[in-house]
Design a protein around this ligand. Sequence first.
Ligand SMILES: *Cc1c(COP(=O)(O)O)cnc(C)c1O
Length: 662
Amino acid sequence: MDGTMTNSWTIEDSKKLYRIQDWGTPYFSINDKGNIVVFPQGDSQVSLDLFDLVKSLEKRNIKPPLIIRFPEILSDRINRLNKCFETAIKRYGYQGTYQGVYPIKCNPHRHLVENVVQFGQPYNFGLEVGSKPELMIALAVLDNPKTYQKEDSKPLLICNGYKDQEYIETALLAQCLGKQSVIVIEQLSELSLALEISKRLEIFPVLGIRAKLNTKGCGHWENSTGERAKFGLTIPQIMEAINLLKKENRLSCLQLLHFHIGSQISSITTIKDAIREATQIYIQLVKLGASMGYLDVGGGLGVDYDGSKTNSPASKNYNMQNYANDIVAEVKEVCEGENIAMPVLISESGRSIASHQSILIFDVLSTSNCATINLKSPCQDDQLIVHDIWEIYQSISIDNYQESYHDAIQFKEEAISLFNLGHLSLLERAKIENIYWACCSNILEIIQHQNEIPEDLEDLEKSLSSVYHINLSIFQSAPDTWAIKQLFPILPIHRLNEKPTKKAILADLTCDSDGKIDHFIDFRKVKNFLELHSLETNDPDSTFSNSHSLNSLAKLPKYYIGMFLVGAYQEVMGNLHNLFGDTNLVHIIMTSNSYHIEQFIKGDTMIEVLQSLDYNAHELLEQIRLCSEKALQDKKITFAQLQLLRQNYEQSLSGYTYHAVD
Ligand SMILES: *Cc1c(COP(=O)(O)O)cnc(C)c1O
């Protein structure tokens, strides 16, 4: 790589490469030092250098892997969502209000849910629950309505999910505590149960119905709707429900229509279609005599992970204001046409509210690649095949690179066959593979300057990419990258004024070959590698270059990578694969001239992880003590060795499950 190119790299190049303006605005950018800068309040007034923050957290012994949360971003998201609906309601002259709810399942952490309730107060923002434990949270956390002036403007408590008797009883009793709970019927049996219980408790139930729309979602959650969907009532079932309510003289209980066509809806057309169908159902329910009053459009408001503003699965072809406009305009038009009162609009936006506030920071432990080591020309004693592939290597040119590539592959494969038959020594095989990789990197060098890469050479770049071993478990911290191949923006949080000279995939700490990330955001497509900076101290491309010889044990310069927009779903879906536990977590609040660490939630220790699987620390320690005593008696261990073993064992138990690197 030529030096002037390296020097001419600017932060503008990094902005373009990592697309940070596209997915990060208004919260993330790059500052003049080449570090990521965070604007927690969503404007350029207040900012914070993310790299400096991570360094200063490390000095407080708060080490990566680490989740950094910015409650102010959460607050800004809630404000924005409510402002968008406010604007739309004004603009279209909608005669109704908007009263959003936050779906707890999206990120149920205590401080986050408490923050949502607090930041949502000015808007009567409520909570949505989908299970009994979530209901327990909402019941306790949703603010006491004393603080709300009007009886009719309490925050809503929307109760979704499958319900048993206890769930329904609790949801009904919540009304006695002044909560505005709505029981959304997901299946017919719940309706009879709810009617029965409400009679017994003498509490008038407020009921909703979840409809299975015909409109299909798009992307991964496409099957959240339609006849085969897991949840909701089909149209015939809705009619059945109406009949039952009529029979029980309870039609006035039915006040809400709900639908949810899946998360991360990337196309605005799908949203519009769903709203139109749902509004028609709503109107029919009014005509059939139900009280109604609420239309709940569920979740689905997307996040633009790749910043392409398109309908690709990692993006969305609309913004929050378009979303609000389309819902408001659509419902208004249909209701007006039918001369029916416009309902209170509810959305259950989780992803769009919670994603931006969390950043996952991790460090790189080592790197590896298939690069040629110490290339030497063959000697006379080497077998013919070594000379053959060497000849290929020497003759690679722009005119024959494609042919050379296939020849090199052929010789390499032949060499392996010879080796397996015992006709080639390990040393010769090493020489051949070394030359093979040298061929590959020369060919790659050539095709990188071509306008078009021949199809048969497309994988070359991938096979030559480096592996960056990261201090993280994707199963714990970013499960969706594995489970549904979700894309998140990932980039170094410093050195962004330097050219990233490596193409890499990320391999995590688990012993699972799936524990890697090899798909990254790109414009409308997916990249199989991520551009990262060189960490090799003898690499001429690296600013860290010095004259040290290549030494795999040499300490790498510290290198930090951030995964962004990870606040929704990742934490709670993470698992203990290979026993990597929760990471450290901090909440950062800006102060007038700096920042304040509002919360520090220490990551799991090994004891905590082991105990969750029913191991007992004392018993483990005792077992080690007994074994080592026996070894001592048998003279298989020295006192010094025994001491080290026990000391490490004890320290590990109370330590972090990740690598503690200094
Ligand atoms: C998961 C879920 C949501 C949240 O969806 P997002 O796309 O994250 O906004 C809302 N409502 C229901 C019923 C859900 O199951």
